[in-house]
Write a protein that binds this ligand. Sequence first.
Ligand code: BTN
Length: 259
Amino acid sequence: MNPEHLAHFNLPAYRVFESVPSTNDVALAWAKEQAPDGALVIANAQTAGRGRMDRHWFTPPDCALAFSLILRPTSQESENVALFSPLGGLALSLALETRYQLQPRIKWPNDVLLNRKKTAGILAETIWQAGQPQAIILGIGVNVGKDCVPPADQVLFPATSIEEALNSKVERWELLEAILHNLFAWRKQLTSPAFLDAWQNRLAFLGEQVYILQPQQEKIRGTVMGLTTSGDLSLLLHNGEIHNFAAGDIHLRLVDKIR
Ligand code: BTN
């Protein structure tokens, strides 16, 4: 990866690698050594990229965006740590809309879909000290080119890439610049109703039947109603009750796509 591009991004600090096990691991270590708010770790490839719930994240060289931002939450943000991963999903969605005229949807809580297939995932990890978040590592992985879409038998949800959806080449640095621009702009509104509106307006599967899968629990089926004021997912169950789900060890699947 050519680090020259990053020099123009106005970042407080950054580290660029050809290949690392995981940019989140590099960022976690750097955050423990006083990396500043907004510091970025980016790699052309990852050999042990991590997804949510300890899943592997496929990052072959030259075709993906794989980066981790180190964010030092303010006291107000500290009360809303769970909103940082949707912030990443929203920032990427806005970048895809404004720069490439695509119509992404956010599969709650934060996967970004194009044509109902996953094109990006987000792994937010928090360093806590005495009950306070010291740093949030916001790891974002985007399938930019076709070569970074994992084989169908290795994914739980259908996957695609931006170039597949767009049918033309995407310059990774341009995309990164647009994501960071939107991310820092919307971070200022993280706790505002405008943030929830922007997220909800792009929510995937609104009005559709989904299953919620939780470890060691029966799957729950319901219709997606939208977000609560705290960003939980609201589902209308078969018996007419509304259930709200907080992000965590949760998976969402379309009813006809479960396996
Ligand atoms: C998911 O959908 O399960 C989340 C995937 C997050 C992948 C990104 S790639 C950059 C950063 N480094 C990692 O090891 N993981 C995140």
